[in-house]
Design a protein around this ligand. Structure first.
Ligand code: KDG
Length: 317
């Protein structure tokens, strides 16, 4: 297995109209979950991925598993909960590109994950483990499950990639800061945005943020700047890899997950760090061109065309 992930994915309802959700009557249904977004991105590049979770024994759970199998993701480690449902999420598009999300995930099947749901041999078989700061926010037992997974990965040499993915709606600031700091220090590679760095360390200085993650114990930090690109930091290297120009952002949600997916494909292929971050920037940019979290995740040929077109435009400028 090249990559495994652990987390919650919900049925996502997107209204066909703009304005307050109270007035919306028609929705399209897809799925949303940072960890499956990452797995889908890596899988579309031809690598073997798996997802560990729980879904309800309900129609949305069934649909989700069918969708992920269609993306070639191994779902053998997904349990079906008899009692608790698959979580739901709604998006609301307001004026001036303001977007709100509403969760119906309290007491969801995934929030009932417990450490004994983790098959240690499955973690051992993977090269990379991707985790986000969303999962430990779901419940105390999810936090314990993440901790156990991290412990197994560290013992077995599976590299841990952690995106703090701060979700303020899910927990208190104090708890979020304490647990995100703890998990960042246990990861090999951390992928924060500047806002998350500021939340954890009280500074918006990119260099200070990158170095603070290394001081916590990570081997590498890649600080994402959105369209401007990303800075990578290791003990010996630090550089900015500029992002790609995008004419019009259609939907920025999922760009961070796409970035993680692109970076992981680069690591699997042993690209140089600069090339891996450049690819990650390409993934992130491409996802914003299309509505939805995963609809814009590229296949290899599409990414190559996107990057070579962007380089050509740079040369002509
Ligand atoms: O907010 C969450 O919990 C999600 O995982 C849903 C979103 O689609 C995801 O975060 C996008 O990164």
């Amino acid at each position: 297995m090249d990559l495994i992930t652990l987390g919650e994915t919900m049925a996502l309802f997107t209204p066909s109209s703009e304005g307050y959700l109270r007035y919306a009557s028609q929705f399209s249904r897809s799925f949303a979950g940072a960890e499956t977004n990452v797995a889908i991105g890596v899988s579309r590049f031809g690598f073997k991925t798996g997802w560990i979770s729980k879904v309800g024994k309900d129609e949305f759970g069934q649909a989700l598993l069918r969708f992920l199998r269609g993306e070639q993701i191994d779902v053998s480690q997904v349990k079906k909960d008899e009692e608790y449902p698959t979580g739901l999420m709604f998006k609301e598009y307001l004026r001036d590109n303001k977007l709100r999300v509403f969760y119906y995930r309290k007491e969801s099947a995934a929030s009932r994950l417990v450490p004994k749901d983790i098959d240690e041999t499955y973690i051992k078989r993977a090269k990379y483990l991707f985790l986000s700061g969303i999962t430990p926010a779901l419940s105390d037992s999810c936090y314990e499950t993440v901790k156990r997974t991290v412990e197994v990965a560290r013992n077995e040499g599976t590299a841990i990639i952690f995106d703090p993915n701060l979700r303020r709606k899910l927990w208190t600031e104090d708890k979020a800061r304490r647990i995100l700091t703890e998990l960042s220090g246990l990861a090999d590679i951390v992928l924060p945005g500047v806002a998350e760095g500021e939340f954890l360390f009280g500074t918006s200085d990119v260099r200070e943020i990158g170095e603070s993650f290394l001081e916590l114990g990570a081997d590498m930090a890649v600080v994402k700047l959105g369209a401007k690109g990303a800075h990578y930091f290791t003990g010996s290297e630090h550089a900015l890899v500029p992002g790609f120009k995008v004419e019009r952002v259609i939907d920025p949600i999922g760009a961070g997950d796409a970035f993680a997916a692109g970076l992981i494909t680069g690591f699997i292929e042993n690209l140089t760090l600069k090339d891996a971050v450049n690819r990650a920037n390409g993934f992130g940019a491409m996802v914003t061109l299309v509505k939805g979290d995963v609809e814009g995740l590229p296949e290899r040929i599409e990414l190559e065309q996107f990057i070579s077109k962007a380089s050509l435009e740079d040369v002509q400028r």
